[in-house]
Design a protein around this ligand. Sequence first.
Ligand code: SF4
Length: 54
Amino acid sequence: MNNKKRSCWNCKYQDLKNDTFLGKCTWFPKHNKGKAKEIPPDVVDKGCSYFESK
Ligand code: SF4
C-alpha cells in the first residue's frame, strides 16, 4: 500500500548512505542498468515514475 507522497525522500531507492547531499538513486543497479545515480535537486522533492514507497 503506497500512502506516502511521491518524492525521493519517501522512496525505497533513495540511498543516503554516501557523501552526496540528496542521495543516490539505486533503481539503476537494482535493475541491472548501471551505477546508482546522484539525485538531481529538481527531482528529489517530486520523485519519478520509478517511485516505490519505502
Ligand atoms: S529518482 Fe525515482 S526511483 Fe530514484 S529515488 Fe527518486 S523517486 Fe525513487
